[in-house]
Design a protein around this ligand. Structure first.
Ligand code: TYM
Length: 456
């Protein structure tokens, strides 16, 4: 099966990191040293999470950003202050040593999304790597998707592309949850329709190239029961309404379906929710790749874990792939013009980028040549940071565009080429995903340990 972004060749990335640190983040990060700020690693597995705080908002000078699993809104200047989020939510920044450790343990160079700081935050990744060093069968991966639309947008692909790299590099099993119940509750989609969307979305996920021997995909409406349900109830018993209100911002007038949902997303963090894969017991650890909007679910889970006799799940979290219109939030599937879908035609991609991609170019060509483009706000540049694999080419584009040697039309042309090729490959891979193949990923047949942890 075609993969979208392959495991990269080993090469130095320092200069690219410096450029990207200047542009991917919204903080005052014009140099490596500010980007790789050592924030310390205080939040070990013994540390209590902060579930009772009102964590859905983080104050920013002159305004408030609002980030929760269902919506993302930047602060007064429209931008997301990731530093404030790290502090408020108690996650750690991923530093250079941690990336090098991942490379050393896996023998595989860091994925560009890790090397370039898109995946920038973690919880307990060090403890997880320590366990893996002692026993390469010590953890599994868990990620998911809320099937709210017919097709995924490029932002949704980020965690899946990255998870595929993690699965290949660490050679560990993966479970993927499709929260059709979540979208039925929040988006008012019927049960039948959300189940159908889950099945359709699974095809796009499978097209990312996951190995079917050690990937289990499930949708809640059809899988929840047995040990999974027992874990849900155990989690729910550990969380008061006050805590849930603090973590998720629930209101008294919300339907109780919303308040009851978080344990459903928490349960896959415990291996015995999948007896056909992992048997009984909570010994296996769990690593969850996702964007940082999903953190509230897992803060709650981590607080409950010790009381359930399990490990706290570890997390590796990304920034948001921004809207075409600019960096005031994440790309949203409900606004067509903010979004490139994996189903878009080459023509649609071209039109959307030319028409809607926010530009950091100057008013006139003369001014642009004189002052150069503004990398801090230019969406084409930001998107290239996510998807252009070649570090040297990326660095050159950054230099040329910011010096004014490259014009807005030219950087947009490059982005159009990159995205048309990537989306085209994805569409080819998706065509090969039949209903029968999807069913193989959903199979609840017992799997062999040597398939789950392949050591070729
Ligand atoms: P959903 O469907 O909103 O998003 C699926 C995954 O994509 C990430 N994501 C993004 N990443 C980067 N840039 C963006 N603009 C962007 N938009 C979304 C999300 O963080 C998520 O990782 N409740 C979840 C489904 C879920 C899940 C999980 C996700 C269930 N279990 C475990 C992660 C891990 C949801 O609705 O995701």
């Amino acid at each position: 099966m075609t993969t979208i972004i392959s495991v990269p060749p080993v090469r130095a990335r320092a200069s690219v990191r410096a450029l990207i640190s200047h542009t991917l983040t919204n903080r005052n990060m014009s140099s490596m040293s500010t980007y790789w700020s050592p924030t310390g690693e205080g939040n070990g597995s013994h540390t209590k999470e902060k579930p009772t705080e009102t964590t859905s908002t983080a104050k920013q000078e002159g305004g408030e950003q609002e980030i929760d699993p269902w919506s993302v809104k930047g602060g007064a200047d429209g931008k997301i202050d990731y530093d404030a989020l790290l502090t408020k939510w108690g996650c750690q920044q991923i530093d250079k040593e941690l990336i090098e450790r991942v490379e050393k343990l896996t023998g595989v160079p860091a994925h560009p999304l890790l090397a370039r700081g898109v995946f920038f935050a973690h919880r307990d990744l060090k403890a997880l790597l320590d366990a893996y060093e002692k026993d390469p069968k010590s953890f599994y991966l868990y990620t998911g998707r809320g099937p709210s639309s017919e097709s995924l947008h490029l932002g949704h692909l980020i965690p899946f592309m990255f998870t595929k790299y993690l699965q290949e590099a660490f050679k560990v099993p993966l479970v993927i949850q499709l929260t059709d119940d979540e979208k039925c509750i929040w988006k008012g989609i019927s049960i039948e329709e959300s189940r159908r969307l889950a099945f359709e979305n699974a095809k796009d996920i499978i097209a990312c190239g996951f190995d079917k021997r050690n990937t289990f995909i499930f949708n809640d409406f059809d899988y929840v029961g047995g040990m999974f349900y027992q874990n849900m109830v155990s989690i729910a018993k550990c969380v008061t309404f006050n805590q849930a209100k603090g973590i998720f911002g629930f209101k008294f007038e919300d339907p109780i379906a919303k308040i009851a949902f978080p344990p459903v997303q928490a349960a896959p963090s415990f291996p015995d929710s999948f007896p056909h894969l992992f048997g009984k017991g909570k010994k296996l650890r769990c690593l969850i790749p996702c964007a940082i909007d999903q953190d509230p679910y897992f803060r709650m889970t981590r607080d409950a874990a010790p009381r359930m006799g399990g490990h706290k799940p570890a997390l590796i979290e990304s920034r948001f792939f921004p809207s075409l219109k600019g960096e005031s939030g994440k790309m949203s599937a409900s606004d067509e013009n903010s979004c490139i879908y994996v189903t878009d035609t080459p023509k649609q991609i071209k039109t959307k980028i030319n028409k809607h991609a926010f530009s950091g170019g100057r008013e006139t060509i003369e001014d642009h040549r004189l002052y150069g483009g503004n990398l801090d706000v230019d969406i084409s540049w930001k998107y290239l940071n996510f998807f252009l694999e070649d570090d040297a080419e990326l660095e050159q584009i950054g230099k040329d565009y910011s010096s004014g040697a490259m014009l807005t039309g030219e950087i947009k042309k490059k982005l159009i080429e990159v995205l048309q090729a990537m989306v085209g490959k994805h569409q080819e891979a998706r065509k090969a995903v039949t209903d029968d193949l999807v069913k193989e990923y959903f199979s609840t047949e017992t799997r062999k340990v040597e398939d789950l942890f392949p050591r070729d």
